[in-house]
Design a protein around this ligand. Structure first.
Ligand code: NAD
Length: 505
């Protein structure tokens, strides 16, 4: 454990805030970073205060004024170097993710790879921040739009993607010419410190260290102040719907911009003509991967009644043989939950499901011993039981049988969240029905691919209570820039639009 921390240069922790490379000794209370596999403390972190946030904002603003004037392709080149630095630290940073949040090693490394992919994507994007040219209705006029850097962007992240979600935002914001202040989850402060340090060092070598800021602080003292700060034109927040409602309200109150990536309650439909082996692997990975702690985790399963019994029997057998244990051990597929509160949430949800008529088919209990382990759980239950409509951040999968595809699509859409969805079918008609305007209402809709494990090339995000934000690929970069519409008149006349006249003589 010490060797990972040493390798990443974060063994002595008294740094609640950082402006670029420079750590500012935290002046707030001290918290522990805990290994969820053993329940043991890894290190202590002294938190930042509201005053320290102010210092980070002031320095980020000053850095941004210079950074925005660097040509975008040159910013892209620096982001390419950041990607290279992350590549070099992939193994150690991945191991730290496993240590601090309990992801199995391939997922820990995969998360760092996602940050690298974002850097590569953003580097290419730095030469493609295109504006539109349109035809003016006025003679001798030109009408076009251009995109300017926005300012200092606040990024709030959830515990479950302690590195990649920041990278979705930061890599785009950097090539767009913005500065970034990161407020990570207090459940994963070490990953934030290490990631920040690796990336800020690259910027510091080029004289732009303060373009990246970090504040590790409590929601009341630092989170709320960050969100309310008028110097930050955009707040990008990833986390629960409860958090998103609060952040949205505060940012709207100052007419700022919000980019929200909130909770999901994702369903898979397994149609009667599905390739069942394919569906089984995707459902198992979606439901138990990351111990059910992904925003895109599969939480609801609707199986056609003709194949329901057979499919559920096979899925139950797969659940029975899942390797659960130390996420750092090769072969482990299911690690721990993040903390004791998550275990309590898991137990409460199972109790509620039982009270609401659910039948536990597999699992259903916490695993005694050190750490925060629970059994992946399969529950047969009505699609509209209240607990099925809640996002419980744990490996619980609710199963129901359906008769008509339209019915399954209606069930899939009946929850408040709208993040990810999938259908398994070999029927062209069923697939197209699922993808039609009156099909899945989610931001992500997949055919013969599960709900979790998105690539960075697409715009990622969801509708309804998931918040409507889109991050990572496609044209998500537009969130991080300011659009300007420009009209240029090369003529000697001043014609007005819509034929309006205003004759002074
Ligand atoms: P959380 O809402 O408890 O915390 C998320 C972040 O918000 C943390 O950094 C927290 O400190 C901060 N926060 C909370 N209240 C705040 C406030 N008033 N002001 C400022 N900051 C505040 O979520 P979590 O338990 O860390 O993560 C799990 C949740 O995140 C799940 O609901 C999951 O679905 C969601 N999530 C969504 C996505 C997505 O892309 N849609 C990705 C990952 C996680």
């Amino acid at each position: 454990m010490e060797s990972v921390l040493r390798k990443l240069g974060i063994e002595a922790i008294n740094a609640g805030a950082a402006c670029g490379q420079e750590a500012l000794a935290g002046e707030g209370v001290e918290i522990a970073s805990v290994d969820p596999t053993t329940g043991r403390e890894i290190a202590r972190v002294r938190l930042a205060t509201g005053e320290q946030l102010d210092e980070v904002v002031v320095r980020a603003q000053a850095a941004w004024r210079r950074w925005r004037m660097v040509p975008a392709p040159q910013r892209g080149e620096i982001v390419r170097e950041i990607g290279q630095a992350l590549r070099e630290h992939k193994e150690a940073l991945g191991r730290l993710i496993t240590l601090e949040v309990g992801k199995v090693t391939s997922e820990g490394a995969g998360e760092v790879q996602e940050a690298v992919d974002m850097a590569d994507f953003a580097c290419g994007l730095s030469r493609q921040l295109y504006g539109l040219t349109t035809h003016s209705e006025r003679p001798a006029h030109r009408l076009y739009e251009q995109w300017h850097p926005l300012g200092v962007v606040g990024v709030i992240t959830a515990f479950n993607f302690p590195c990649a979600v920041w990278a979705w935002n930061a890599m785009l914001a950097l090539v767009c010419g913005d500065a970034v202040i990161w407020k990570p989850s207090l459940k994963a402060p070490l990953v934030a410190l290490a990631t920040h340090r690796i990336c800020a060092e690259v910027l510091a070598r080029r004289g732009f260290g303060d373009v990246l800021g970090l504040v590790i602080g409590q929601d009341a003292a630092v989170g709320e102040a960050l969100v309310a700060d008028r110097r930050l034109p955009l707040i990008s927040a990833t986390g629960s719907c409860r958090m998103g409602r609060r952040v949205n309200q505060v940012v709207a109150g100052r007419l700022g911009r919000c980019l929200l990536e909130l909770g999901g309650n994702n369903a898979v439909i397994v149609h009667r003509d599905a390739d069942q082996a394919l569906a089984l692997r995707a459902v198992a990975f979606g439901a138990v991967g990351t111990s059910g702690q992904r925003c895109t985790s599969t939480r609801r399963l609707f199986v056609h009644e003709d194949i329901h019994d057979d499919f559920v029997r096979r899925l139950s057998a797969a659940y029975e043989s899942l390797p659960i244990g130390d996420p750092a051990s090769p072969g482990t597929l299911v690690g721990p939950l993040i903390d004791g509160e998550a275990v309590a949430g898991y137990e409460a949800a199972i109790a509620a499901a039982r009270a609401q008529g659910g039948r536990v088919l597999v699992g259903g209990s916490r695993i005694e011993g050190p750490g925060f382990f629970v059994e992946p759980t399969l529950i047969e239950i009505r699609h509209d039981a209240p607990i099925v409509h809640e996002e419980t951040f744990a490996p619980i999968l609710y199963v129901s049988a359906y008769r008509e595809l339209d019915e399954a699509i209606a069930w899939q859409n009946e929850v408040e969240q709208g993040l990810s969805s999938a259908i398994f079918t070999d029927s062209f008609r069923a697939a197209e029905r699922f993808l039609a305007h009156d099909g899945s209402d989610c931001g992500i809709a997949n055919v013969n691919a599960g709900t979790s494990g998105a690539e960075i090339g697409g715009a990622f995000g969801g509708e309804k209570d998931t918040g409507g934000g889109r991050e990572a690929g496609s044209d998500a970069w537009k969130h991080y820039m300011r659009r300007q519409t420009c009209t240029l008149n090369r003529g000697a006349e001043l014609p007005l639009a819509q034929g309006v006249t205003f004759d002074l003589d």
